[in-house]
Design a protein around this ligand. Structure first.
Ligand code: IYR
Length: 230
């Protein structure tokens, strides 16, 4: 039976889905291989300054931009910074916020919880890593008359895009970590972002130091994170 290559639904064009499908016997090995590959991803804090070509960053951003989003509003902007002067500015401002956080904003319990991660208020990777990708969420759009139109499920959409970005970085053989200086509004100021954009996450991107050391932590098993209703 032949199908039309496109149809209309509520007046909007729909085309045929072209994602790959695999024979049934490949499902388990493919899903297992993906899991095992993804399980090797770690948040790495030690970077080298080895350059990463801009074209790689282009592809990482395009990959993140394939994320689903509320009403397909794509409420994100990815700022990629390799300029050393801007990276230094970001490091100075981020460390100032982190110092304040570690010294007075974070609870003792929180700092105890972070001890195994080996993180502190110093963020040398902000200058050493060849690229910083700063993800901004677009809370609303402004139309031509300057009227605000709220986007939908913005945190969910941008969170998913960040997950896909992190996977794309891992796929390229590069490393990152999720840096969340709080508050983050200094980033919009330094980068002169429009009023509808709020900093969401900062990801340094580059090659790991050799060797790079990561905390010896375990991931929860299927029995702890999966609940099945069959
Ligand atoms: N915001 C700081 C501190 C920090 C907080 C958590 I929760 C971490 O898992 C790691 C670090 C930072 O981004 O370094």
């Amino acid at each position: 039976m032949s199908h039309p290559s496109e149809i209309e639904i509520s007046g909007f064009k729909h085309v045929i889905y072209t994602g790959d499908q695999y024979p049934e016997q490949e499902l388990v090995p493919r899903s297992q291989a993906y899991y095992e590959w993804l399980d090797k991803r770690r948040s790495v804090r030690e970077f080298t300054d080895q350059p990463v070509p801009k074209e790689v960053i282009d592809n990482l951003i395009l990959s993140a931009g394939t994320a689903p989003s509320g009403a397909h509003k794509q409420p994100w902007t990815f700022c990629a910074i390799s300029n050393p002067a801007i990276k230094s500015k970001i490091r100075v401002a981020a460390e100032a916020e982190e110092k304040e956080s570690y010294e007075s904003r974070m609870s003792e319990r929180w700092k105890e919880d972070l001890k195994p991660m080996g993180t502190d208020m110093n963020k040398p990777f902000l200058e050493i890593a060849p690229w910083l990708i700063i993800v901004f969420k677009k809370v609303y759009e402004l139309d031509d008359e300057g009227k605000k139109h709220n986007n939908y499920y913005v945190n969910e959409s941008v969170g998913i895009a960040c997950g896909m970005l992190i996977s794309a970085i891992h796929n390229a053989g590069l490393v990152t970590l999720t840096h969340t200086p709080s508050p983050m509004n200094f980033l919009a100021k330094i980068l002169d972002r429009p009023v509808n954009e709020r900093a969401y996450l900062l990801l340094p991107v580059g090659y790991p130091e050799v060797p790079a050391y990561v905390p010896d932590i375990e991931r929860k098993g299927l029995g702890e994170i999966g609940v099945f209703y069959e």
